[in-house]
Design a protein around this ligand. Structure first.
Ligand SMILES: Nc1nc2c(ncn2[C@@H]2O[C@H](COP(=O)(O)OP(=O)(O)OP(=O)(O)O)[C@@H](O)[C@H]2O)c(=O)[nH]1
Ligand SMILES: [K+]
Ligand SMILES: [Mg+2]
Length: 362
């Protein structure tokens, strides 16, 4: 039996099982199985990826951003506008059939931007190219959820549903369950709220289904009737909702969309608000630019070291040279991360955006 058939079998069984106290465990297990199979749908299949379908794009640059959305919302138009790569755009759906990479150069960073085919409802279950598209999306640091401003709110919730069903975390939620590897093995159960709809035993069964016995679980909040995906500590991908084509709607409507939490409104056609989108993207990516300086010389502002937010002096050392950290004596740092400029710091000092660093070796 293929995965799709297994999924539909389980869905049927869930539908015909009466929901009550006696069937609670059974239903919980069915849902856990369902979640497991759906996740398997996204695992890259050897046959699909080797056929040169253009989905195996090499990661390059300092970060990766994927454009996800329904057909004809303007993903390719956006890529062609923001990068030097041209991706064919047209007024018919499914113009783009592969993954097309471009590079956005911003604040000294090279951000890889991926144009992808439009997804359709049910993409998560493997409809259309959904499976490949979502597999690429999972490799991105940030997803731009592109929406057509003329299409109304329903589009956004459909897209969010697709992404959430495959465990792509959207900004509004914190993960409900997370895991920390535990050396001794076994499951230790902890909840930070009173459990009214589920019990420790059910959680243990679900975790067992996921083969996670050797990890400890800390469910924060278990919602009735829902099995939460367990991502085995994988960091989530953050999604930024962007409404395109605002040139087609009224000012009132633009204003309403722009005020929604975490949303950005743009028009690729009229090049409106693209700078703001880049700023938001930069914040979502949380990258930090560090400039280096040699003793007695001015900082080199032409060549920044791009690191994740929260990076330490040690991270900077590793980026410059593999063995630098072992020869490290101290560093002088100028910028917002220090009280004085320059300040003498050690390897654990946390760098901030646009700090200047001079490393002194032993
Ligand atoms: N009015 C208006 N039209 C736009 C805008 N951006 C894109 N379009 C048009 O929307 C249509 C679809 O654009 P594409 O860039 O092909 O959209 P896509 O999301 O890549 O589509 P698929 O690859 O088919 O999924 C084209 O006719 C574009 O010219 C915009 O800001 N305003
Ligand atoms: K199109
Ligand atoms: Mg396209």
């Amino acid at each position: 039996m293929g995965i799709l058939e297994k999924i539909s079998e389980i869905e049927k069984e869930i539908a015909r099982t009466q929901k009550n106290k006696a069937t609670e465990y059974h239903l919980g297990l069915l849902k856990a199985k369902l979640a497991k199979y759906r996740a398997q749908l996204l695992e890259p299949s050897k046959s699909a990826s080797s056929k040169g379908e253009g989905f195996d794009v090499m990661k390059s640059g300092d970060a990766r951003v994927a454009l996800i959305g329904f057909p004809s919302v303007g993903k390719s138009t956006f890529l062609s506008l923001m990068t030097s790569t041209a991706s064919e755009a047209a007024s018919y759906e499914f113009t783009t059939l592969t993954c097309i990479p471009g590079v956005i150069e911003y604040k000294g960073a090279n951000i890889q931007l991926l144009d992808l085919p439009g997804i359709i409802e049910g993409a998560a279950q493997g409809k259309g190219r959904g499976r490949q598209v979502i597999a690429v999306a999972r490799t991105a640091d940030v997803i731009i959820m592109m929406l057509d401003a003329t299409k109304g709110e329903v589009q956004r919730s459909l897209l969010e549903k697709e992404l959430e069903s495959v465990g792509i975390r959207l900004n509004k939620h914190k993960p409900n369950i997370y895991f920390k590897p535990k050396k001794g093995g076994g499951i230790s159960f902890n909840s930070t709220v009173t459990l009214t709809q589920c019990s420790e035993k059910l959680v243990q069964l679900i975790l067992h289904e996921y083969n996670l016995q050797c990890r400890s679980a800390f469910p924060r909040r278990l919602l009735p009737g829902r099995v939460h995906r367990c991502d085995r500590g994988q960091p989530g991908v953050h999604a930024l909702p962007v409404y395109n084509k605002i040139d087609q709607i009224s000012m009132e409507e633009v204003d309403r969309l722009a005020r929604k939490p975490n949303s950005v409104v743009i028009s690729c056609g009229m090049k409106l608000n693209l700078d703001y989108l880049l700023e938001m993207l930069w914040e979502y990516l949380a990258l930090t630019c560090i400039y280096t300086k040699k003793r007695g010389q001015r900082p080199d502002f032409t060549d920044a070291i791009i690191l994740r937010k929260g990076a330490s002096v040690e991270h900077v050392c590793h980026r410059i040279h593999r063995s630098l950290a072992s020869q490290f004596k101290y560093a002088l740092v100028w910028g917002t991360s220090t009280k004085y400029s320059p300040q003498r710091v050690g390897l654990t000092h946390t760098m901030e955006h646009e700090d200047v660093i001079q490393i002194v070796k032993k």
